[in-house]
Design a protein around this ligand. Structure first.
Ligand SMILES: C[S@@+](CC[C@H](N)C(=O)[O-])C[C@H]1O[C@@H](n2cnc3c(N)ncnc32)[C@H](O)[C@@H]1O
Length: 340
């Protein structure tokens, strides 16, 4: 699908610089898109355009508020207006409704929570680590775990086809170990595709609240088992053929990853395959990677790691045939495959 560029609302329309646009407009843009997600506004337009009064009624909101919000969503390229009716743009339909390729609405609901956390960024920078990690916050506020897992599930829906394409599964493989498997969607996808596989998903209880029902819904309860707990306190068995360590390394320090990769190696059968998905720290960081590292500093006190670091940990753990696959678009991160 071709990409339509949305208006850059941080730029002034005249020639003089207006620095506050860089602060004010991203705030309003994020806030409006998140609010639309929370109100179910994009989903309300999934069956076709609506006038502002009809839309307001459908999302149980005031006409004045709805009309003011949709005007801004048109201005930033999220909605289109034709006569008196408002419609989702193709991109909004694709990314923020159930009719699209991937519905990232859970990302909007999560960002509503992350927004409040981001308020303590200055304090985190001063201290060099978070006052409270995301994992501790999830214990204190139990609604956070399912929200975060649902957001990770949207990423997984987007990444799934890339994984199936790039991960070679031998007919001899039987056991899949999905470390930090959260929503379970990667295990579900691979067990559906490869009838010989059975999976174990290890994650903290806060991440697994909706995973059992998802597995039941997929009809895979006899082949996918949940194993709640932390990676650090876990016995992963010793006959794993395929191990997923997908977007988990950035939640751990270098020392923790080195140890985990060694233990993964010890838990695998010869010829087995380890699959890592990550956002790799390059020598010069692009804005997204630098932003993600700031988020990690605040949420978990960790960071992204370099490709060289993974190679070192993998080689030390006895892995070989290390292969790096950069995904398209690059914002999707990279896969690292390594053979036991
Ligand atoms: C960024 S999410 C990735 C989820 C999933 N693997 C994916 O790719 O969509 C990281 C996951 O790792 C889990 N996790 C982080 N630290 C962990 C630990 N020490 N023990 C167990 N799970 C952990 C989190 O609960 C979360 O579900």
């Amino acid at each position: 699908m071709s990409r339509t560029r949305k208006p850059d609302v941080c730029q002034p329309t005249g020639s003089a610089e207006l620095a506050m646009l860089d602060v004010y407009m991203p705030m309003m843009k994020s806030s409006a898109i998140i609010s639309a997600g929370r109100l179910g506004l994009f989903e309300a337009l999934v069956d076709g355009p609506l006038t502002a009064p009809a839309l307001a009624e459908k999302i149980h909101s005031s006409l004045r508020g709805t009309a003011t919000l949709v005007d801004f969503l048109v201005a930033i390229g999220y909605l289109e207006k034709d006569d008196d009716a408002f419609a989702n743009t193709a991109s909004t339909r694709r990314w923020f409704t159930s009719a699209g390729q991937v519905d990232y609405t859970p990302g909007l609901l999560w960002t509503h929570e992350a927004w409040a956390m981001m308020g303590s960024l200055a304090e985190t920078v001063r201290k060099g680590e978070p006052e409270q990690t995301l994992w501790d916050a999830m214990v204190e506020k139990p609604h956070l775990g399912p929200l975060f897992s649902a957001y990770m599930g949207a990423f997984a829906a987007d990444l799934g086809p890339d994984l199936l394409k790039h991960v070679p599964v031998s007919p001899d493989y039987r056991r899949l170990l999905d470390l930090g498997g959260s929503h379970g969607l990667h295990s579900i996808r691979f067990c559906r595709h490869y009838a010989q596989l059975a999976a174990v998903i290890v994650d903290m209880p806060s991440a697994l609240t909706e995973t059992g029902p998802e597995i039941d819904k997929a009809g895979l309860a006899d082949r996918i088992r949940l194993s709640p707990g932390t990676l650090q306190d876990h016995d992963w068995g010793d006959d794993n053929d395929l191990v997923f360590y997908l977007s988990v390394a950035h939640n751990h320090s270098a020392a923790e990853n080195r140890l985990a990769i060694r233990q993964i190696g010890e838990s695998m059968n010869p010829g087995g395959l380890l699959v890592i998905h990550e956002y790799l720290a390059e020598t010069s960081l692009d804005a997204l990677n630098a932003a993600f590292r700031l988020t990690l500093l605040l949420e978990t006190g960790t960071q992204t790691h370099r490709h060289e670091d993974y190679c070192e940990w993998l080689t030390a753990a006895g892995f070989s045939a290390i292969e790096r696959i950069d995904l398209e678009p690059r914002e999707k991160g990279s896969l690292i495959l390594a053979r036991r």
